[in-house]
Write a protein that binds this ligand. Structure first.
Ligand code: C5P
Length: 220
C-alpha cells in the first residue's frame, strides 16, 4: 500500500494522543506528536532562561535547540540536544508557557519544516497529531480528523491523567490554553474545511480508535 498521511487535530483533552498512537500502532504507521515538539522547544527556552513573554527573544533563539522526535507509536521519544525530555515537557511550568512560545512565527516555521521532513520520510505512512496539521503543516493529507469534546469531558479526562489535580482548575487552565491557541495569528487551532469532525464526548477511547481506523482503511 502507498504511504498514507493522517492528520489529527483538536484541542487538549479530546483523546488526540491516545487515539493517534493506537491507530498508528494498529495500522503499522509512524506517529508524530507535534505538541511534544512545541513543549520541547519551550522546555529549552525555560531552561536557558529566555523570557518567553518576549517574542523577539524567543524568535532569536528559535533555531538553537536540536529537537529529535522518535516516531514509533509504541515508544514515542523526544530529545533536545541529546537529552531525553519526555518527563520534563509535561510539567505545569512548561504547559503554562507553551502557548506563548508556540505563537511565535519563527518557532512555528522551524517546527513545521521539521514536521514536514519527518512525514515525508515515513515510508509506510504516518499519523501526525496537533493543532494545525490539516490546515497548515500537511494540507494534502489523505485523511484529516478534527476531534472535539465538551469542556467538562475534556477537563475530567485531563484531570484524571494528573495526580492530585482539581477538575475545576484543570478546566480553567485548559480553556485558557485553547483560547490562546485558537486566537493566535499564525496557524491557529482550527478545523480544516475537509476534515471529518468526531465529537468524542459520549464515546469511549476504543470507539474513537475504531472510528478513525475505519476512516483510514476507506482511504487506502
Ligand atoms: O498537544 P499538547 O497539549 O501537548 O500541545 C501543547 C501545545 O503546543 C498546545 O497548547 C499549542 O500551544 C502547541 N501546539 C501547536 N501546534 C501544534 C501542536 C501543539 O501550537 N500542531
Amino acid at each position: 500500500a502507498p504511504a498514507v498521511i493522517v492528520a489529527i487535530d483538536g484541542p487538549s483533552g479530546t483523546g488526540k494522543s491516545s487515539t493517534s498512537k493506537a491507530v498508528a500502532a494498529q495500522l503499522g504507521l509512524s506517529y508524530l506528536d507535534t505538541g511534544a515538539q512545541y513543549r520541547a522547544i519551550t522546555w529549552w527556552m525555560v531552561t536557558n532562561e529566555i523570557d518567553v513573554a518576549d517574542p523577539a527573544a524567543v524568535a532569536a533563539a528559535a533555531s538553537k535547540p536540536e529537537i529529535v522526535s522518535g516516531t514509533d507509536p509504541l515508544n514515542p521519544t523526544i530529545h533536545v540536544d541529546g537529552t531525553d525530555v519526555a518527563g520534563p515537557i509535561r510539567t505545569q511550568e512548561v504547559t503554562s508557557q507553551v502557548s506563548a512560545v508556540s505563537a511565535v512565527p519563527e518557532v512555528r516555521t522551524r517546527i513545521t519544516e521539521l514536521q514536514r521532513s519527518i512525514a515525508a520520510s515515513a515510508e509506510r505512512g504516518i499519523v501526525v497529531e496537533g493543532r494545525d496539521i490539516g490546515t497548515t503543516v500537511l494540507p494534502d493529507a489523505d485523511l484529516k480528523i478534527f476531534l472535539t469534546a465538551s469542556p467538562e469531558a475534556r477537563a475530567a479526562r485531563r484531570s484524571g491523567e494528573i495526580k492530585g489535580s482539581d477538575v475545576a482548575a484543570t478546566r480553567e487552565a485548559l480553556l485558557k490554553r485553547d483560547a490562546a491557541d485558537s486566537g493566535r495569528k499564525t496557524s491557529p487551532l482550527a478545523k480544516a474545511d475537509d476534515a471529518v469532525e468526531v465529537d468524542t464526548t459520549e464515546l469511549t477511547l476504543a470507539q474513537v480508535i475504531e472510528c478513525v481506523v475505519t476512516l483510514v482503511e476507506e482511504k487506502r
